[in-house]
Write a protein that binds this ligand. Sequence first.
Ligand code: PEP
Length: 256
Amino acid sequence: MKRVPIIAGNWKLNLTEEESIKLVREIHYNLPFSGEVEVIIAPTLLNLSSIAKHLKKSYIAVSAQNMYFEDKGAFTGECSGKFIKEAGADYVIIGHSERRQFFFETDEIINKKIKAAFRNNLIPIFCIGETLKERESGEVETKIEQQVLNGLIGIKQEEIQKLIIAYEPVWAIGTGTTASPEQVENVHKMIRDLLFTKYGELAEYTRIIYGGSVKSSNSKELLSLPNIDGALVGGASLKAEDFINIILNAGGSKLC
Ligand code: PEP
């Protein structure tokens, strides 16, 4: 089955509002049409609303980088799916390795966030991935299986079709070291098989994207693999030319 590829840019805590607007304008000016590729950018939370307004009539959708699992109440400093949706986002990154590492997010918390995202009509980009230590000690399969199954407890059949899973080996994020095409394809195939066991044929609809030092130079080969439905891009999404080349390598087109 043909799944529409996704290229998502995670800007992390990097750009001011002015810089963010400049970058989206540059992307849009140089690539006015993305063809058969779904393009998403994730600015900082504070800039979500203004960037969403800027992109309203464009092909670029907006994502939050995180969310809280309760919708409202006495949770000082948090932001929920309800407000993220209202700000104009349609997606939310959940369980990024930086959230797991620096903010101690567990599989249980991530599962609650995935449920809260669906409840608020947001599509979760659910991140999973092993550390270098886990890879070197042969624990990739166990770790990935544990993250997928725990993260998806209670997720409904109709939700699994919309879900996006981002496989991001922790050792490849922001390091310049990309997982080899063979390593990526093996893990993506394993995730797809796991989804099949749990959800049957519906697993065919879930998009499984790769993240970890994706650049314009390595994106063509990675994005041509059968079980890779796109990329979650950090560093290279901060430069219009690099990000556009990755979109084009995913099958995008400059033609209207
Ligand atoms: C990320 O943070 O999700 C990521 C993949 O970063 P980078 O592309 O910089 O490795």
